[in-house]
Design a protein around this ligand. Sequence first.
Ligand code: 13P
Length: 248
Amino acid sequence: MRTKLVAGNWKMHGSLQANQALLARVKDGAAGFKCLSAVCVPFPYLAQAQSVLAGSKMAWGAQNVSEHAQGAYTGEVAAAMLVEFSCRYVLVGHSERRALYGESDAAVAAKFAAALQAGLTPILCVGETLAEREAGITGEVVTRQLDAVIAGSGVAALGRAVLAYEPVWAIGTGQTASPQQAQDVHALIRRRVAGSDAGVARGLQILYGGSVKPGNARELFAMPDIDGGLIGGASLAAEDFLAICAAA
Ligand code: 13P
């Protein structure tokens, strides 16, 4: 039985003042939950997340990381720096990073490796666009994104990571994948990993992300291969985020 994880992705939202109330509320709420929970905040707010959430059940993390350990990479943030703020998680390969910042499968694989190397738990995001789904190549796209990471770090590395299936067409659109649509892709991912290592596949947490709300979380999380959620918009409203955690 895999423990469920609900991770918030604040994206580029927040302010010191607004975060304070949100973090304090989710920290209190999380105390009563059986599931794991975390928030991935913008870099400047990591110290705040650390200071409010330290010692609580809610973990925290970042939304991106450099593939390099240090050096002349203006504007980048190294995995070891995230560790200094006691991050547990870091998102890698979010579709917004892939689409808006040109992150290739190879770049994502390098970031994944850098995160692991530093002792962080990468949350590897994969998912197809609407055009790819309509072209019937969802499985091919997700497999290609996953295989790039396996080629770089080895399948055993997935045992120290989390996967998130986020269909691009469901992100921020209010159009959630149906539980069955999501389950089908989650099962495909798990089968793919099982082809290389059945034990890693069995233990792998695969989160679903894309318009998860309090009203649809329970039926998504009830599917056998859906091990929690990666929550965008709803993670910015404490009561919604806590309701989603409660569903897990
Ligand atoms: P929404 O929950 O706002 O659709 O965002 C999903 C997401 O991209 C989380 O990483």
